[in-house]
Design a binder for this molecule. Sequence first.
Ligand code: C2E
Ligand code: CA
Ligand code: CA
Length: 352
Amino acid sequence: LNLTPYLLYTARQDEFAGISLIIGDTVFSTYSNRITHVSELKERPARSSKIEGLPLTVNLYAESWTMEDLVFALLFGLLCGSSIGVLCFYWLMMRANPRKEILTGIKQNQFHVVYQPVVGASDLQMRGVEVLMRWQHPGAGAIPPDAFINFAEAQQLIVPLTLHLFDLILRDAPALAKRLPPGSKLGINISPGHLHAESFKDDMRKFAASLPPDHFQIVLEITERDMLNQREATKLFEWLHLEGFEIAVDDFGTGHSALIYLERFTMDYLKIDRGFVNAIGMETVTSPVLDAVLTLARRLNMVTVAEGVETPEQAKWLRDHDVNLLQGYWISRPLPLEQFLNWQPDIHLDRE
Ligand code: C2E
Ligand code: CA
Ligand code: CA
């Protein structure tokens, strides 16, 4: 009788906090150093054993939680919960992080280029192409270039993306050189983020040196907004011309600054935004703004390119107003390499 409860108690010390032996109404327990009455037992036992045939009960008591324990457990639970929450959040963010998506896209070859022919307005013969980038995302499908270019620009990813564009062009270059005669224009869109990057000059030199020698005339398409830093732009344009690159003002007429830049910088081409071209034929008194732009370009010795030519009427109007080059769906949509290699112009304009 003396030994059994003692063994029980010591063997399970970590789980049980106390023991009492109840003999009839008398209690002998670890809660008191004297013999007490059964009515004085306040705690509920965790386990209780009655010994058959004897007036003896053995109660074992477990540790109950104090207020402090409860607060501690609650705080611990909260901490664990929020840590798991934060981890999940970051995990999801990492998975859906478009910055990483672009880098993965480059690594996994999800980008490709398409080529849109540019033809002479008078003879409709191909003079060159504009290279446009495409992103076929495995989950989201085709992502429009306006969206991913702007995003890459904002995330400082435009340099790696443009370098990837250069690699894609270099991959196609031998085939392109067979389809396009020497001197053909290769129009490439350059974002301001790359234009003002330290590596820009090096990148351009390396790219040009890797193309088939003396075959393509590279034309860098730059929008008016990108020429804001006038001193830097003047120097850069001088350097580009010295190195043999040509410069086109892209989307002319949509920027904020427009005309003033034409006077300040020497640029070779003026690409008239398709907004102006769209308007041809819609306005009653032809297109006075477009007329003025064309007169100006001529006086500045710039070659004019009309973008977004969708109908023969527009093409005819542009040719009659001495626009030099035409580009648009009427001539051809932007084409993947294979289709471009087999493309033959199938367009006619009757002379009056
Ligand atoms: P952008 O430089 O003005 O390129 C011409 C856009 O007009 C292209 O759209 C082309 O598909 C579209 N287009 C051509 N002909 C017609 C037509 O007849 N009608 C109509 N409605 N649209 C026509 P895309 O390929 O969606 O490119 C949009 C813009 O994204 C480009 O405008 C350019 O600013 C940018 N972009 C495309 N590829 C690149 C690239 O490799 N690098 C950079 N920095 N920007 C690029
Ligand atoms: Ca362009
Ligand atoms: Ca354009």
